[in-house]
Design a protein around this ligand. Sequence first.
Ligand code: GZL
Length: 331
Amino acid sequence: MNLIKARFLYFATLTLTLLLFASCDGDEEGANPGNTDDSIILGFSQIGAESAWRTYNSLSVKEAAEEAGIQLLFENAEQKQAKQIKAIRSFIVYQVDVIAFVPIVADGWDNVLTEAKDAGIPVLVTDRKINTADETLYAGFIGTDSIREGREAALFLQKKFASSERANPVRIVEISGTEGASCVIGRAEGFREIIESDGSFEIVYSFSGDFLKSKGYEIMHSILDKISDIDVLYSHNDGMTLGAIEAMKERGIRPGSDIVIVTIDAEQAAIDALRRGEVNCVIECNPRTGPVIMDLARKLAEGETIRRLIHVEEEVFTEWDDLDAIEPRGY
Ligand code: GZL
């Protein structure tokens, strides 16, 4: 490619990027478009708004950026990895100080992260993890320990059925989240590590509901069309659980009694269902990572190294706990 053409392409890309960020949704909350001082510029690629958890996670990031005086370029990928890659490339052209992103799936990031590395821009992976052979492609990870979440779900069921007369094996249906997402792989792995070595349980059905309430509803109806003797629903997020509960009720099935339910996230609606006895165990997945992300971004922008792996604090709420003591969830 000759020099004139290369220069034209560079300036065209730069112009497009500046236009893109002039229209990006950062001017809703959290960005400081009028910001002219030398504050840190953080490019953040979020996967979308598929659940109450995700929406609250985005709010946490935007509010924390505002609080920290960090200029936030916030891009919503609408559940498409290609849009995340495009956003990261535009952050590179814009020459942000730091890039942070939630990888919608674990694979397929090496090329674009190599471009960020070549541009000298540090990358922070948040919420979900990536698979890469080159650990130098990102500075660190902050988010949930999904394998532990899966194990906690299994440990609750072992306790719940320890002295139960229920059928042996206890028949489990799993509604999982977005295929290929690290949190889904971890929640399935941690759960099976215990359930499959126990001998009293059987996973009779597993299907992806993509973390969507509507799919949780559809899948539960579809499962109940096929099989009736289900003892447990293990659902990878509250949105899908709430959809599945609607389907159960429409068939006269008592959620939390006829079918024991374990769910992950701990949004308010799930805690309310726990209090009504419609859910038996809620495992927290903490969406409030904004402040830590900003602290890590500042450190990276100032050339400091950060811890490679930071798992956020998370609780487990069960039917045996003092449910009135649970703080309002905020989302
Ligand atoms: C988990 C997060 C998941 C939540 C879902 O860390 O990525 O994505 O459990 C959300 O509610 O959609």
